[in-house]
Design a protein around this ligand. Sequence first.
Ligand SMILES: [Fe+2]
Ligand SMILES: [Fe+2]
Length: 359
Amino acid sequence: MAVTSDALRSSKKDLPINSSTEKALEETMLSPRFYTTDFKAIDKISIEVVRKEWNKLMSEFEVDSNIDHFQRPKDMQDNYSKISSDVYDEFVDFLISSITSEFSGCVLYAEIKKRVKNEDMKKLFGYMARDESRHAGFINQWLKDFNIGVDLSFLTKAKKYTFFKPKFIFYATYLSEKIGYARYISIYRQVEKHPEFRFHPIFLWFEKWCNDEFRHGEAFALLMRSDPSLLKGVNLLWIKFFLLAVFATMFVRDHKRPELHKALNLSPTEYDMQVFEITTEISKQVFPVLLDIKNPKFLQNLQKLRSINEELETCANTGIFSLKKIVLGGKMAVCFTKLFFMKSITNKLPEDFRVKPSW
Ligand SMILES: [Fe+2]
Ligand SMILES: [Fe+2]
């Protein structure tokens, strides 16, 4: 489904780019992607059935409670890159992957705002682009201490764009916003309880930050609740697929950063399971089908997936058609299919579906 728009791409060879921008440009199974969609279909969306909740949410966006939050304070202008060498690379990798996902949201939302005439959509996507651009800019302010900065305008032109129909954007983005909330709040609670593990000041911003992500997720919940056809029939299989794809990607990626988790005194497995629990609880507001994350086979299969991926990475430099790679790719597909066919949980959608960020 990946498309490369020549109009959006400029030649990577013509411009000198730094290694962090290069990293943000990576197109691996685990790296954050940039998306584009069917703008005409978004233009036709009507949210009248959820108008009351919609207006309430829009007034929350309008209040803009985080307007002053994403500023690096004057008394924190020193260099904060002097962190333990064990955790250095993984932390930089974490920051680059975070800035890429924040910016990916920003680019998509800004493009939707620009391309539609529907006033409701224009307003919503404008607010969300505003928030995401603040988030990405804020990470870049700290990355500069490490003598690296991601060139966001270059990224807009050079990264590949994946086309998703609006419904797939809704499932995937709803999940990434809610999972973003769950990740930020879980880390924040950890360093709030144990300040001795707060090895970088950026974690202090996570509490208010995650409220923005939570609100973005609420907007996608409203968009899905405004069109019940998105939440039944064959779409239930798509919802299950996206839940699994998002959870599995996060699990595999987080386990590639053992030192970062050690520095925060978190076990990647426990942390991920907690994030899945929070996300599953929240997504009861909109998904009629949920993954049975408490079934021991769920974690067992994720562990298996992770170890196959590790093996796959050891043969990264062999040819694309190497026998080992094909076998491992097949094993991975079998494991994912097993997870997909595990019995899911049926969820009756609640009448009052707005959720409060209470974790
Ligand atoms: Fe964000
Ligand atoms: Fe967001």
